[in-house]
Design a protein around this ligand. Sequence first.
Ligand SMILES: [Zn+2]
Length: 335
Amino acid sequence: MQNDIHLKTKISALPKIELHIHLEGCISLSTLKFLAKKNGIEIPKHLAEKENIYFENFDEFVSTFYAICNAIGEEEDFKFIVRDLVDYIRRNNIIYTEVSWTPLRYLQKGFDFAKSMDVMNNEIAFNNLSDTVYFIIDTQRDHGTDVGNFVFNKVLETKNNNIVGIGMTGYELGYSSSDYAEIYERMRDNGYGCTAHAGEYGFANNIWQCLLDLKVKRIGHGIKAASNPDLINYIRENNIHLEISPTSNVRLRRVENFAAHPIKNFMDIDLNIGINSDDPGIFNTDLNDEYMNMIDAFNIDIKKLKQCNLNAANAAFTSSEKKQTLIDTLERNWN
Ligand SMILES: [Zn+2]
């Protein structure tokens, strides 16, 4: 126990990089209750209680996520969520993060994209984190390519907003990622990094579509690659980065428990992976907890956790100079 406390203190103090985290997923229970009250929204009972929530299927998770979105009534409300994000970053000693935001639902209710980004970035700047927090703008695969174009055009129309990449969430089964090939190409040509959730609810085929047709170098989750040796070989040979989120996979019942997670096998064969929390507010977890859970489940050597951070630094959608600065910080502190 003493060792655990000592180790947790050490892990908490070490600088970390996180590439897979959703803005609304960072919301604290108190902020959610505050925003719901402010905007006259009732939040679902299971969110209001918010002990360790499990989701039996993706519909349940999506409706929970939308319940949080519904509590956000105007652009200014994002400042409160960013404050939770700031607390999270400080608690977990995160030196660089790319935060995903899925704007469609807000744009549909009349929010201004640029104004929303300004609210977020002003709060981030106020907290001196403009060199730490960057954004990935997501579309949902099941919403179709017209929506994808609509959302990503907003990205192209606004400047100086700390947006470094695009991503794709939403349902995998029954929706082809390949339909988005042109959109991804256009955004890549405009200098944006590209990632996509795949192989979470879907299968190896869904990952292949993203790698071969969207030509992404990063995959959100990707855990279903574990069942396909050809795909694992491709991922290794092409240095594809997998944004692994163990707690999310357990809570959404993608794996039975931490011990059943493929992350240990991925580490053993030196796959390019990082550790993330996905939606720490919803799952009531922290990035520090993710590291401790992996140590508890697999007795993972701290050197492997360092490597996950180096992998994330190299996979970040940022300049080579910035990557080197991050790597230098990691090397100085993780020893
Ligand atoms: Zn995610």
